[in-house]
Design a protein. Structure first.
Length: 254
């Protein structure tokens, strides 16, 4: 059975068997009882996941044609497909679950923010991204790519860049290099006034990343607090720990 590629869904199908095996090997370094694959597409990874034993498996696929293809190609997937948009589903399991996938590139950042909503249920994520996005997620302060997604993901997860994936590993080849990263949920993280205050501060700071912190976030702090020399820094020079500590200095209405 043939299937068609849909550019609107950001589809680039993985065809390199060795890359599939590397992703599965990285996955097996952790124990898990439930696994969710995001965007199985034509089943390159699914083929290696279905024969594994000892856990419940679900795959989330939006494309009608791929759902039909997966059912016909992998009979063992019967009853395990969630035919829906990953960004709009409820958590696939009530208990904890690991997430894996060759994420559709046009929504890969949104997928990570969706996973953040489920952070208490998701201890590990292994995902393929455009290399630029993967590097942004893993970036440290002082880097030009350090920003909102770096901080919000790294506040809750340790990020490990695992390996590059060249364009020729896909059909059709994307115009960019890809990369696989692993997120491992932190046992503890820096204290904040509230998650809401932390997110608000980070987003406001980076919405004007070229400005000094004093100008970028001035609406969140009282004038005397803003006199501190710390606010001469630009947002990309501020560590996650420093952003967390700053939340306690925010105005009383934040």
């Amino acid at each position: 059975m043939q299937y068609t590629l849909k550019k609107s869904l950001g589809q680039h199908f993985l065809k390199d068997e060795n890359i599939c095996k590397q992703i599965v090997a990285s996955l097996q370094q952790h124990s898990f009882e439930r696994l969710v694959e995001v965007g199985p597409g034509a089943g390159a990874l699914t083929k290696y996941l279905l024969p594994l034993k000892g856990f419940e498996f679900k795959a989330v696929e939006l494309d009608d044609e791929k759902v039909v293809y997966l059912h016909k190609t992998f009979p063992a997937i019967e009853g395990k497909i969630i035919h829906a948009d990953f960004l709009h589903i409820e958590a696939p399991f009530e208990d904890t679950f690991t997430v894996v996938g060759n994420f559709p590139y046009n929504i890969s950042s949104q997928i990570l923010f969706k996973i953040l909503d489920w952070k208490d249920q998701v201890p590990v994520v292994i995902g393929m991204f455009q290399k630029e996005v993967a590097q942004r997620v893993a970036a440290k302060e002082g880097s030009k790519t350090y920003g909102i997604i770096s901080i919000l993901i790294q506040y809750y997860y340790d990020v490990e860049y695992l390996f590059d994936v060249p364009p020729e590993s896909f059909t059709p080849p994307p115009k960019v290099m890809s990369g696989v990263i692993r997120l491992s949920r932190k046992i503890s993280h820096f204290e904040v006034k509230s998650d809401k205050a932390f997110i608000q501060l980070v987003k406001m700071a980076f919405n004007q990343r070229r400005k000094m912190m004093r100008n970028a976030v001035k609406s969140l702090f009282l004038p005397d607090v803003l006199e501190d020399a710390f606010f001469n820094k630009r947002p990309e020079q501020v560590s996650i720990e420093e952003f967390a500590a700053l939340t306690f200095k925010m105005g009383t209405n934040q």
